[in-house]
Write a protein that binds this ligand. Structure first.
Ligand code: NAD
Length: 487
């Protein structure tokens, strides 16, 4: 198609060099609806070259000491941090998220991912047991696996990509990464810093393109023994099928339909602002976002009134305006999909209390064609409704009442997903009891999104397989061997 303005053109990064591609795909600025960037449409050939480069780099990189690798990761963290503002601007433009969120969350966390694994790799120990009567001792040793295939989504682009690259290379693997075709720019910017950080050529290769072409070529490559994937449950099923003939090691971080359970003894002054954030932060495009809010009947009316009044204050508009709370959704198709859920809920008899279809959305002139939507609160919705069962992944949340602890646990667990939950109560015994019985990998009580990267992250049921974190990522990205010595 014809493009009026000069477009940003990305290139693959293979073997330490930027390499043009024979075909490209358009990438849109979600806040204007304009094409502003062209992303390589890589396929088998590009993936083949990247795997070859990663394989060639493996012997040298895997033989470096953890300390040497740690120093390089720290240097890369420093370089990204030096450019934090440029990265934040790029992430906001590419993804539609607010500049405030990109500055405060995405890029600082990408920096921290490298610092965290630069440190944690220095502190792992292996196991040793003895059998004195047999004169034997056993110990374990861990070695990097080889070329890691890393596939990441569009909602937290550099944040999630570096959450994979950092542990993979800290452990001595080399990688071929494929970011989402919709948000590739910050990964490309990071590639420009690798040489200066001291990352040897071929250790980090980035191949841009679609899931169907570049992603599948990586998943099916016989010399990529492990795939770390974050994205939708549907794509994970496809990846599982396609990788099965090779018996690949998979880490799958998938979707969620996360409940917030608010008991009548909750501190609403903390709970309401946090639940607004957990519902609408990053346009609701975080796998950990709350989309089902269960409120105990005694405080239901008060909660709903205050929650809706506060939701209406969230400002939607130009992501680069620092006073804006909600930016643009990732694409026109996604916006339409999210809106269609609101329509379906209404058709089923639910009430929309604010947002889509109820309030008017006023946008600046430059953003009229952007993919914006108001924070939307739905109530009087049945647990069986698609809005209460399926991941919407937008600024839409449902609020319903409950009576007893037993009832709410059952209802919270009655979805196919099991990623995260939040529980609000000042009764510590209840908080423990409920947290134990919720079917999900993470439970926050009286807070949301507070993370210690040392501890496991991941989901149950359709929300994923495997965990990530200091020890968990170390185990995933290394092979363990048990060695027995008889003396
Ligand atoms: P997606 O599954 O459509 O795409 C994710 C990545 O997989 C992209 O890079 C895409 O190009 C690639 N891909 C698509 N088809 C592929 C295939 N057949 N083979 C190989 N790769 C393929 O997901 P998305 O729409 O980009 O992201 C949103 C989803 O990600 C939501 O479901 C969200 O909950 C989930 N998510 C989960 C976590 C978590 O940690 N659990 C974090 C963020 C997002």
């Amino acid at each position: 198609m014809a493009h009026s303005k000069a477009l940003l053109v990305l290139e693959n990064f293979i073997g330490g060099r930027f390499v043009p591609c024979s075909s490209y795909i358009d990438s849109y600025n979600p806040s204007t609806g304009d094409v502003y960037c062209r992303v390589p449409d890589s396929g088998k050939e590009e993936v083949e070259a990247a795997v070859k480069a990663a394989k060639a780099a493996f012997p040298l990189w895997s033989s470096k000491s953890p300390l040497e690798r740690s120093q390089i990761l720290n240097k890369l963290a420093d370089l990204i941090e030096d450019d934090l503002e440029a990265f934040a601007q790029a992430e906001s433009k590419d993804q539609g998220k607010t500049i405030t969120f990109a500055r405060a969350v995405d890029i600082p966390r990408a920096v921290y991912n490298f610092r965290f694994f630069a440190s944690s790799i220095l502190h792992h120990t292996t196991e040793c047991t003895e059998m004195p009567t047999l004169g034997c001792m056993h110990y374990t040793s861990r070695t990097p696996v080889g070329v890691a295939g890393l596939i990441s989504p569009w909602n937290l682009p550099l944040y999630l990509l570096t959450w994979k690259i950092a542990p993979a290379i800290a452990c001595g693997n080399t990688v071929v990464a494929k970011p989402s075709e919709m948000t590739s720019v910050t990964a490309w910017m990071m590639c420009k810093l690798l040489e200066k950080a001291g990352v040897p050529h071929g250790v980090v290769n980035v191949v841009f393109g679609t899931g169907a072409k570049a992603g599948e070529a990586l998943v099916c490559h016989p010399e990529v023994p492990l795939i770390s994937f974050t994205g939708s449950t549907l794509t994970a099923q496809r990846i599982t099928e396609r990788s099965a003939p090779h018996c690949k090691r998979l880490s799958l971080e998938l979707g969620g339909k996360n409940p917030a359970i608010i008991f009548d003894d909750a501190d609403l002054t903390q709970c309401i602002p946090t639940t607004l954030r957990s519902s609408f932060a990053n346009q609701g495009e975080i796998c950990l976002c709350t989309s089902r809010i269960f409120v105990q009947r005694g405080i239901y009316s008060e909660f709903l009134k205050r929650f809706v009044a506060e939701a209406k204050k969230w400002k939607v508009g130009n992501p680069s305006d620092p006073t804006v709370n909600v930016g643009a959704l990732i694409s026109k198709e996604h916006l339409e999909k999210v809106k269609s859920y609101v329509k379906k809920a209404q058709a089923e008899g639910a009430r929309v209390l604010c947002g889509e279809g109820v309030d008017s959305l006023v946008l600046p002139a430059d953003n009229q064609k952007g993919y914006f939507m108001l924070p939307t609160v739905i109530t009087e919705v049945k647990d069986e409704s698609c809005c209460m069962q399926e991941e919407i992944f937008g600024p839409v949340t449902c609020v319903v009442a409950f009576d007893t602890e037993e009832e709410v646990i059952e209802r919270a667990n009655s979805v196919k997903y099991g990623l995260a939950a939040t529980v609000w109560s000042s009764n510590v015994g209840r908080v423990h009891r409920v947290a134990q019985r919720l079917q999900c990998g993470l439970v926050w009580t009286n807070c949301w999104l507070v993370r210690d990267l040392n501890l496991p992250f991941g989901g149950m049921k359709a929300s994923g397989i495997g965990r990530e974190g200091a020890k968990d990522s170390y185990e995933f990205f290394t092979e363990v061997k048990t060695i027995t010595i008889k003396h």
